[in-house]
Write a protein that binds this ligand. Structure first.
Ligand SMILES: Nc1ncnc2c1ncn2[C@@H]1O[C@H](COP(=O)(O)OP(=O)(O)OP(=O)(O)O)[C@@H](O)[C@H]1O
Ligand SMILES: [Mg+2]
Length: 473
């Protein structure tokens, strides 16, 4: 292709990419050659700027893939888009207009280096960005990559998609319906944990039945006081959602502990910082545990353990237990592990070890998993274990979800949706979504294909649905 032709082609594509960014309130900082540079959080800041950046990146890859397909068909040329994202402080220039808004600094350099490390079609994010967004988005671990001009490699993740249990653009956001018994059972377990008895509750149920929602609602109740403010005696919430995409061993513990131990991997000496934090947590001699902990957390520069013997594993488990117990002595710990059916076996081993250790520390392990073949068998070894199986909502409850979204809906249509959904709130939402459009809520129609049998079939297809949205092609 001659350069002029390419120029025309590329500028058309750029317009579409820029639109994705603008839609999320990003600021197009500049176009440099064949690159586009977007910032979020300046000059216009939102609470969820990192999420906006990731959403934009996914949107860009989607839009770009369409262009690439067309260009390939028309001209036989292969085009690829690489994206890098990092979050941090930037030095913002004097602002006369949004157009002239300028940023520079290390944050920008890291983002641009991540971009060049990514392959076509990929979105690489730094660990900092990963930490801020991994509840809403799914990732594949890339590992440390060397960046020019950086002494230390940067731990990198590839964004694979937005998680399916985060609400999509059409807001079917019914307030919690029913589940009062379940909430009070969780509260009972939590109150018992607060009094110093480690408790384990496993929430189990079919896909979409409301496990994550129940966990979130409970966390909300446990962490806020009557006035809705954060309560003084609020628990410390450690939370991890396992995912199907490859994750490292002990994923459910490494990331939450890195956060709680305030480990800054990019610091000159992350172990020193960690030891200080351990001291604050009441470890009289942090040097005793920090070598094991550093290996467990895969801190940079720390060698792999010399052996993976049972003794070694046991000493590691004990150290992890000691750390979590120390955290719990300061504030009750609410340790939430979701989608246990995707957990790596190492995480499960450690979990059952922690859960079965006789202890008088205020910890509630709140676990959630899909019921069905392939789900791990819980190993309750003490009386502190209970299972909460989520049953379908009653028809009356299901109808309330419909009504909370469309209060004008004719009763007959509402009842049809309710009957099809079989008490599964996810199906109700899907039914509402597939019959509506974002711009015109009133144009509700029941699509022909929403027959009872195809609704049922979508139970099993939810995992596929999640992975389809994670692959922009
Ligand atoms: N009791 C409820 N009242 C209102 N909405 C609900 C209720 N339970 C679940 N929902 C909504 O239904 C959808 C599916 O619920 P959720 O994601 O919690 O299911 P899940 O059991 O965690 O599914 P998965 O197995 O896929 O993780 C969510 O949008 C959630 O907000
Ligand atoms: Mg869930």
């Amino acid at each position: 292709m001659d350069p002029e032709e390419l120029q025309v082609l590329v500028s058309g594509i750029f317009e579409d990419l820029a639109e994705e960014a603008v839609r999320q309130d990003g600021t197009i900082e500049k176009f440099i050659g064949d690159a586009i540079f977007v910032i979020f959080g300046a000059p216009l800041a939102h609470e969820d700027d990192p999420q906006r950046a990731l959403r934009t990146a996914l949107g860009m890859q989607r839009v770009f893939a369409e262009h690439a397909k067309r260009v390939k068909a028309e001209r036989g040329a292969e085009l690829g888009l690489r994206i890098g994202i990092h979050t941090g402080m930037v030095v913002a220039g004097a602002v006369r207009s949004v157009r002239e808004y300028g940023v520079m600094g290390d944050t920008v350099n890291i983002a641009s280096r991540l971009q060049s490390a990514a392959g076509p079609g990929e979105i690489y994010v730094s660990q900092t960005t990963f930490r801020l967004t991994n509840r809403e988005f799914s990732f594949r671990e890339v590992g440390p990559i060397e960046l020019k001009g950086k002494e230390k490699p940067i731990l990198t993740y590839a964004l694979t998609g937005e998680r399916s249990d985060v609400r999509p653009s059409i807001d079917v956001a019914a307030p919690l319906v029913g589940r009062w018994m379940e909430l009070s059972r969780l509260d009972l377990a939590y109150q018992s944990a607060r009094l110093g008895r480690t408790e384990v509750v496993l929430i189990a149920g079919e896909p979409g039945i409301g496990k994550s929602r129940l966990a979130s609602e409970f966390i909300g109740l446990a962490t806020s006081s009557e006035e809705g403010a954060k309560a003084a005696d609020a628990p410390r919430v450690l939370r991890w959602t396992f995912s199907r995409v490859n994750q490292r061993s002990y994923a459910g513990f490494i990331e939450p502990l890195l956060v709680e131990l305030e480990v800054d991997i990019s610091a000159a000496d992350p172990i020193a910082g960690m030891e200080q934090r351990l001291q604050e947590l009441g470890f009289a001699n942090p040097g005793m545990v920090s070598p094991i902990l550093a290996q467990f957390l895969h801190l940079p520069g720390v060698s792999e353990p010399a052996s993976d013997s049972e003794e070694w594993k046991r000493s590691m488990f004990i150290v992890v237990y000691d750390v979590i117990a120390a955290l719990a002595r300061q504030h009750p710990v609410l340790y939430v592990l979701e989608d246990l059916h995707f957990a790596d076996s190492a995480s499960l081993d450690l979990l059952w070890f922690l859960a079965s250790r006789t202890s008088r520390v205020p910890i509630l392990f709140l676990l959630a998993q899909r019921l069905g073949p392939g789900s791990p068998e819980p190993k309750p070894s003490r009386t502190n274990f209970s299972q909460l199986v989520l049953e379908p909502l009653s028809d009356e409850e299901a109808a309330r979800i419909v009504e909370a979204t469309f209060d004008w809906m004719p009763a007959e249509l509402r009842d049809r949706i309710v009957a099809r959904a079989g008490g599964n709130p996810f199906f109700i939402e899907e039914s509402l979504r597939s019959g509506t459009s974002a711009n015109d809520r009133r144009r509700w129609r029941c699509p022909r294909r929403c027959t009872p049998s195809s609704r049922r079939a979508s139970t099993g297809s939810r995992p596929q649905r999640a992975s389809a949205s994670s692959s922009p092609r």
